[in-house]
Ligand binder design. Structure first.
Ligand code: TYM
Length: 332
């Protein structure tokens, strides 16, 4: 009997994967792969809450899968799948919308941000998105949801929805916990350290498939601070740019902030910034090379996502059946 605990997470293929996705989420998935029974997916259904170019969405979904594998997620040990290939997500998503309150959805930070950004397209899907995310999660009865800091609110809402449902129908869903890394949980933009690193500010964002020289250029131009101290010291309130670079360096090398401060004592930012750039380049190089190799093998990728969807669907169906029975739907 497999007694392993379950981990599950997903990323939207709405943009190319970046260092925030890697340090906030994927790195944690890879590190715990042996310990858990793992489900990781491309959240393509979530991306259409914002308009997408179809060809780009398809390309990015496959590139994301190749990157998952290249980062170290062995398809034999991890169920890797595309969300839209497992229709139970949409089915449970609808059910859970009926157990999610309007007020709760109105309070979601991601909804507020995205509706401000896309004022011409504040659609019902964008609003109800967290109910679909709750379905993504609860279908697999996971113990942990490894995500970056910005997804904590959605994970908490998932717990509330699950508890509300269980309160009415008995113990249907396991109540999962977000699992957030100690460093790298909120990687900030390199050129605007008060904003989260994201594809919407490309100059401040390091993409996982980006060329080493472009990565280095972005690190050399990274904003440090406006004082004249020129000293590598961890002080997020007064030196957010330096603190961000230190947290990236720490997440990649495993060094503590004190160790980083002494490593760069007396060096100034001129040496520190390219050193962080080098660490990132060397961390991403083998991943990029392996992803490029895997991407060329379309048949392999197809076999991975098809097997993944079958395995995921098997588990998801069990949960959905239980839910349908509890709420009173006639069995098929
Ligand atoms: P998404 O696609 O925006 O981001 C994917 C993961 O990357 C993390 N992340 C970051 N971590 C640190 N610093 C950053 N700058 C940064 N930017 C992104 C996110 O926290 C996330 O872990 N709703 C989710 C996708 C999703 C999901 C799910 C996640 C759909 N269903 C079920 C978990 C479980 C989202 O939009 O993440």
């Amino acid at each position: 009997m497999d007694e392993k605990k379950v981990m599950l997470s997903g990323i939207q293929p709405s943009g190319d994967l970046h260092l925030g996705n890697y340090l906030g989420a994927i790195k944690n998935w890879v590190e715990r792969t042996e310990e858990f029974d793992n489900y990781y997916f491309m959240a393509d259904m979530h991306t259409i809450t914002v308009r997408q170019t179809p060809a780009d969405l398809r390309r990015r979904s496959l590139e994301q899968l190749a990157l998952y594998i290249a980062c170290g997620l062995d398809p034999e040990k991890n169920t890797l799948f595309i969300q839209s290939h497992v229709p139970q997500h949409a089915e449970l998503g609808w059910v859970l919308q009926c157990y999610t309150m309007f007020g709760e959805l109105s309070r979601m930070t991601q909804f507020k941000d995205k509706s401000a950004k896309h004022q011409d397209n504040i659609n019902a899907g964008l609003f109800a998105y967290p109910s679909l995310m709750a379905a993504d999660i609860l279908l697999y009865q996971p113990d942990f949801i490894p995500v970056g800091e910005d997804q904590k609110q959605h994970c908490e809402l998932t717990r509330d929805i699950a508890q509300r449902f269980n309160h009415v129908y008995g113990d249907v869903f396991k109540i999962p916990e977000p699992y957030i890394p100690k460093t790298g949980a909120r990687v900030m933009s390199l050129n605007a350290p008060d904003s989260k690193m994201s594809k919407s500010i490309p100059e401040g964002c390091i993409f996982m498939m980006e060329k080493p020289e472009d990565i280095q250029r972005k690190f050399k131009r990274a904003i440090t601070d406006s004082d004249t101290e020129n000293c590598v010291r961890f002080d997020p309130a007064n030196k957010p740019g330096v603190a961000n670079l230190m947290s990236i360096y720490s997440a990649i090398t495993g060094k503590s902030y004190a160790e980083i401060e002494s490593e760069f004592a007396g060096c100034g930012y001129g040496k520190f910034k390219p050193a962080v750039g080098d660490a990132v380049v060397e961390c991403l190089r083998p991943i990029r090379e392996e992803a490029t190799r895997i991407l060329a093998d379309k048949a392999y990728l197809e076999s991975v996502y098809k097997t993944g969807a079958e395995k995921a669907s098997y588990v998801a169906t069990k949960t959905l059946r239980k839910v349908y029975k509890k709420i009173g739907f006639v069995a098929r």
